[in-house]
Design a protein around this ligand. Structure first.
Ligand code: PNS
Length: 165
C-alpha cells in the first residue's frame, strides 16, 4: 500500500501514442484502485514517433483534473519501479487471445521477480478491441481517419508531426 494507505496500481507501457483503448483501461483501473499510475518506459530500443516527454505531456493533458490518474516515467525493471511506488498491482489490457501469450510470460516473470505485485488484466470496451498504437500510426501516416480511436489531443499532435516533416 502507498504512503497514505492508498491502493496503487501501475499501468506501464510505451503509449506511442496513447489511444482510446488505453484511456478506457485507465478509466476502468481508476475505479478499482485509489490511484493508477500511467508509467511510460524510458529505455526503449525502438525509435518512437513521440518522445517520452511529448507522450507524458499528452497524457497529462488527457487526464487533467483527474487526481486519481498520475503520469510518470520509469527505467529498468518494472517490478522494481512498482515496489518503489508501493504499488499492489500492475494493470495490463488484453484485447485478444493474441495478446495473451506475451502478457502471460511477462506476468509470470514479474511474479518470479517480485511475488507480491499482482498483474491484473482488464479488457477494453469492444469498440477498442482492435486498436493499437502501431496501427493508429500506420493508418494516420497513410492518410486514414483515426478520429474516435485516439484522444483529440493525440490527433492534433499527429497532425503537427506530419506537418513538421
Ligand atoms: O505496452 P508495451 O509497450 O508493450 O509495454 C511493455 C512494458 C513497458 C510493460 C515492458 O516492456 C516492461 O515492463 N519493460 C520494463 C523492463 C522489464 O521489467 N522487463 C521485464 C518484463 S518481464
Amino acid at each position: 500500500m502507498g504512503a497514505a494507505g492508498e491502493r496503487i496500481a501501475i499501468y506501464p507501457g510505451s503509449f506511442d501514442p496513447l489511444t482510446n483503448g488505453h484511456v478506457d483501461i485507465i478509466t476502468r483501473g481508476a475505479r478499482l484502485f485509489d490511484r493508477i499510475v500511467v508509467a511510460f518506459l524510458r529505455n526503449v530500443d525502438k525509435a518512437p514517433l513521440f518522445s517520452v516527454e511529448e507522450r507524458v505531456e499528452i497524457a497529462r493533458r488527457v487526464f487533467q483534473g483527474r487526481p486519481e490518474v498520475e503520469v510518470d516515467t520509469f527505467d529498468g525493471l518494472l517490478v522494481e519501479y512498482a515496489r518503489r511506488r508501493r504499488a499492489c498491482a500492475i494493470v495490463r489490457g488484453l484485447r485478444a487471445i493474441s495478446d495473451f501469450e506475451y502478457e502471460m510470460q511477462m506476468a509470470l516473470m514479474n511474479r518470479r521477480l517480485v511475488s507480491d505485485v499482482e498483474t491484473v488484466f482488464m479488457m477494453p470496451a469492444e469498440a477498442y478491441s482492435y486498436v493499437s498504437s502501431r496501427l493508429v500510426k500506420e493508418v494516420f501516416a497513410l492518410g486514414g481517419d483515426v478520429s474516435g480511436l485516439v484522444p483529440p489531443v493525440v490527433e492534433e499532435r499527429l497532425r503537427q508531426k506530419q506537418g513538421a516533416k
